[in-house]
Design a protein around this ligand. Sequence first.
Ligand SMILES: [Zn+2]
Length: 696
Amino acid sequence: MLRDTNSGCMMKSAWVESDAKDTVERYARDGVAADLALRVYSTRLLGRDPRLVLHGGGNTSVKTRMADLLGNDTDVLCVKGSGWDMASIEPSGMPAVRLDALRALRTRDAMPDDEMVRVQRASLLDPMAPNPSVETLLHAFVPHSFIDHTHAAAVLGLIDQPDGRARARDLYGARMGLVRYILPGFGLAKEAAAVFDADPAVEGLILEKHGLFTFGADAREAYERMIDMVSLAEDRLRQNRKSVFVGASLPRDIASVSEVAPLLRGACALPDRAREGDFARLVLDFRTGDAVLAFVNGRDLGRYSQAGVITPDHTIRTKNWPLVVPAPAAGQPGEFREAARQAVTGFIARYTDYFARNNARVGGGRTMLDPAPRVALVPGLGLFGMGRSKKEARIAADLAEAAVATITDAEATGTFESISEAEMFDCEYWPLEQAKLGSAKPLPLAGQVAGITGAGGAIGAATARAFARAGAEVALLDRDIAAARATAAAIGGAALALPCDVTDAVSVREAFARIAGHFGGLDILVSNAGAAWQGKIGDVDEAILRQSFELNFFAHQKVAQAAVKIMLAQGTGGCLLFNVSKQAVNPGPDFGPYGLPKAATLFLVRQYALDYGADGIRANAVNADRVRSGLLTDDFIAQRAQARGVSEKDYMSGNLLHREVTADDVAQAFLAQALALKTTADVTTVDGGNIAAALR
Ligand SMILES: [Zn+2]
């Protein structure tokens, strides 16, 4: 069967002269010269097309003149700064480096990376500017004014083959110089400059197993040559395709993504040796579609998927090879779980071995990164990107999808071939690549997924914010989806708002399946949704009591059951947190309909702690009192204060400490419980002090 992953529209120039002019005029007001403004304009055009650039995989430059800090006119190279995204680059993301200083380096025979970085920084016009790209010297050594560099998918499909050089020569003739594979840095810059010097008429360079550069006298020429070269490769890949990926035999019924993800996620979570009960967990991002399915369902998946990366800088995001697990048959979770664990064990052994072998080759001294996979291929289903955050998982999934397209193209027109294992190691463990990932200390809940009910309300929203700040991915569940969306939008990042009526079994099942499908699983549940009913217990209508039990007891049980199911599938413990009012231990007059189910929920916490402690699942509760919220509205507070003849402030701070308790105080208590790995069956009181409600 022929699967054409390259069937989208042909690449066309996106240059619009009026937009280019607008950009020049807009930046002129900030004193930015026209050539740098146009450099920004076309860099964005490149960065916005995923067929050309993905997640930092490219860079651009312009040679120009500008005044240094002392006012002296200076020849400079403005080159993309590390950490800037080409799609949204600004002139400040193109640091200016003294061109003479960079060019002078070409006379050297070799140069260690750290020295290269220091010289580049020392040559910045503005010492506060970001680090210039690791490919800066290549841009400096080639004389053209405008230089564009991408890892365009179609060009990789053409050149990531054993005879990639010949294919490039055949397609481009003398228009493009060919540079053999070398790790980016000083060596590659020297080699590329030598190839250029051998024929200065070339319009650009093909970098074997890596990508391409195009040159121009102006921004438009360099950009449109890029489009031209990539279009030629796209066109070539459409010709004489052979059928690829003969399908493997798969189970007739495949398990769903929401069932498979927690099993896979659990298998990939590595126990943290330093902290008993903790795991290095990953967040998942699922992708599927015709191209992905054809790829993962192929009989020879074990060969073409394990051949290596499509361009070297993917190694730091995806590792060199994806994890491959067997197809998950529906209704057989135990079998898949075991198979996934075996596959992960094999992956880790292979990775550890790869590291040891190559670390010895380079004389030791490297520290092994965590050996867990970053991409998982699941026949019958699709692929998962994995990372310590949803953002990292999405990046891994984007790169994995790009790899599927490129490998498919290479296999349809020849045979896919990557760089060697040693070359991948040199890239993965290259300090300049590692620097792209940043070295910030991970947040305490990094890699964990928290589901919060009643997340549109005051306490739920505050808790979602607190957990997100602590590094967790948060799913905000609320019957009022607009309120949940508003909170999710304010949190930003990957915060997910979901409609959920916690009293409805179907709604709960759907919401938790969506959490598992979206993030890969669940580690923390904050069962917070609730509402208050009043009535004198001797004559209260039984219907009211039952209604309150539905929300204030049975709903807690429903969501806890759904959460535990996912946690058990993962096998990495978990944490159930319940909002249990002080009413559970200290009844208020005529508040029986509210207090009674809350008392039952307090006992529910203890039952979960007892029944699931052996599985590493903890259950804790927070007893809050008198917090401004949907339950305790400003109007209600005013009435109660007036009834008691006290000011609103005195009413709200009528506790031992005379301090008003806020939703943020409650959120901090939930967070503390989530982090306390040795604490279960705990009730934390957050009420400013109320001796009658103090627990023995
Ligand atoms: Zn590159």
